[in-house]
Design a protein around this ligand. Structure first.
Ligand SMILES: CSCCC(=O)C(=O)COP(=O)(O)O
Ligand SMILES: [Zn+2]
Length: 236
């Protein structure tokens, strides 16, 4: 069987090729309850000395059943599609993924519909969600200091309001990215979260750590504890 130039962009035996990673990670995310019922997904940017490509899954498909042949490939510098599967549309999250690539130089961006993320947005009517003094915060980067957050730091994640259509979140997500220069994530009220990282593995670690913190934060509120409150002194 002959293969077109465009198909060669998505055909690889390498498990770490972006299209293969999108398929395997989406199955992983599905099992975590992050991308059920077609919601959520991931986009990966591949920068080499020869090219700068964005790999995007199709819209409205069950993300745990993706195959490499379903993938869109965009040339990042010209923002034109190099590969467009017939009868499919690129993810509605594409403008949001592009914001993370353009404004943060991200290597991957993950969007989840995790219930823990959604619950955190419902526990406040404010524009941020916070948690403090939890070990897992140390997995979250703080680019302004050139490293990672510390145990005694307060993690603040901006929350934007949901819109009728995913793509209409772009302007408010970009605004949140600018207003919170240290953040690696933006929560979307009643919807989920976007998390990005310098590499696909950093994006995954950060998404897992944040989801752990979201779930913990929800449980703390259920127990009457303030996730962003001070450490209660222990008895001497
Ligand atoms: C029930 S999912 C609604 C759309 C959405 O929020 C989402 O994250 C999935 O968008 P896509 O276009 O990638 O299917
Ligand atoms: Zn979504």
């Amino acid at each position: 069987m002959s293969t077109s130039n465009a198909d060669s962009l998505v055909l690889s035996e390498n498990a770490n090729h972006p299209v293969n990673l999108i398929c395997s990670l989406c199955r992983n995310f599905y099992n975590l309850g992050w991308v059920t019922g077609t919601g959520g997904g991931i986009s990966i940017r591949e920068r080499t000395p020869d090219h700068d490509h964005i790999f995007i899954a199709p819209s409205g498909v069950q993300k745990e059943r993706l195959e490499p042949a379903n993938m869109f490939v965009m040339d990042f510098p010209t923002q034109t599609y190099l590969r467009k599967p017939l009868d499919l549309k690129p993810s509605a999250c594409t403008p949001l993924f592009m914001a993370a690539f353009s404004k943060r130089g991200a290597g991957a961006c993950i969007h989840t519909h995790s219930q823990a993320a959604v619950l955190c947005t419902l526990l406040t009517r404010g524009k941020t969600w916070s948690i403090a003094n939890i070990e897992q915060i140390k997995a979250i980067p703080r680019p302004s200091a050139g490293g990672y957050m510390g145990f005694f730091d307060t993690l603040v994640i901006p929350i934007i309001e949901n819109t009728a259509h995913e793509e209409d979140l772009k302007d408010s997500l970009e605004k949140a990215i600018e207003e919170y220069p240290d953040t690696c994530a933006v929560l979307v009220r009643r919807h989920g979260v976007y998390v990005w990282g310098d590499t696909v593995w950093k994006a995954k670690t950060q998404a897992e750590s944040l989801d752990y913190l979201f779930e913990l934060g929800v449980k703390m509120v259920q127990l009457g504890l303030d996730p962003a409150g001070p450490i209660t002194p222990v008895e001497e």
